[in-house]
Design a protein around this ligand. Structure first.
Ligand code: ADP
Ligand code: TYD
Length: 202
């Protein structure tokens, strides 16, 4: 078993997860901040294939394979070595994103996601913050960034609403590790809430 604490942030695009992941990392000295898809040199290469280009570039099945390949490299090269060194690892997205985006929202592929996860990843976070947010507000925030990584945002409003419900369902499915966070507050209020839950767990 690894020794550090593994914390993940999940939620729809533009919910404020990256902001909160960064603030938590700043508040926890010695922690490492990472992200998915990406987080290791190989996984960052796979990220570009996933987040850029046409919304129907990949089928949901192909996406599951690419996200899982990226995650496996991220786990081997970044997450597990840091946990072994007793560091707190904070990841902006992890396997719950695949459960919701590919498993629940782009078709009923949850069984495929779960079996691949069991074979290739086999690791859950110790603590997951699900930042909940009105999709209308989140989408405006996300697209306003104009990052050029808008392939998923470009899938539209109905898609974002289904994603939100998918994350709420996940919070009920894994109540021990998942904390639902109301993202419709000031950045500071949300960060204070998250820090107190994290400190209690670490
Ligand atoms: P995500 O990682 O979930 O896509 P980000 O953290 O990148 O979201 O935030 C998206 C945009 O919204 C950024 O411009 C960020 O500054 C802004 N933002 C984040 N949290 C809040 C908040 N609580 N209130 C208002 N704006 C926010
Ligand atoms: P991310 O960079 O976190 O986007 P954002 O900051 O806009 O939330 O993630 C890129 C996109 O990849 C995002 O739209 C969610 C999607 N994604 C999946 O569909 N499945 C996954 O397993 C992961 C990790 C991300």
């Amino acid at each position: 078993m690894s020794k550090g604490c593994f914390i993940t942030f999940e939620g729809i695009d533009g919910s404020g997860k990256s902001t909160q992941a960064r603030l938590l990392a700043e508040a926890l000295p010695g922690s490492i901040l990472t992200r998915e898809p990406g987080g290791s040199p190989g996984a960052e290469e796979i990220r570009r294939l996933l987040v850029e280009g046409d919304p129907d570039r990949w089928s949901a099945e192909t996406e599951i394979l690419l996200f899982t390949a990226a995650r496996r490299d991220h786990l081997e090269k970044t997450i597990l070595p840091a946990l072994e060194a007793r560091k707190t690892v904070i990841s902006d997205r992890f396997a719950d994103s695949t459960r919701v985006y590919q498993g629940a929202t782009r078709g009923d592929l949850r069984d495929v996601v779960d079996s691949l996860h069991a074979q290739m990843i086999g690791r859950e976070p110790d603590l997951t913050f699900i930042v909940d947010m009105d999709p209308d507000i989140a989408l405006t925030r996300g697209l306003a960034r104009q990052s050029g990584e808008d392939r998923f945002e470009d899938m539209g409003q109905g898609f974002q609403a289904r994603l939100r419900q998918g994350f709420l369902d996940l919070a009920q499915e894994f109540p021990d590790r998942c904390h639902l966070i109301d993202g419709n507050r000031s950045i500071q209020a949300i960060a204070a809430d998250i820090l107190s839950v994290a400190q209690a767990r670490i």
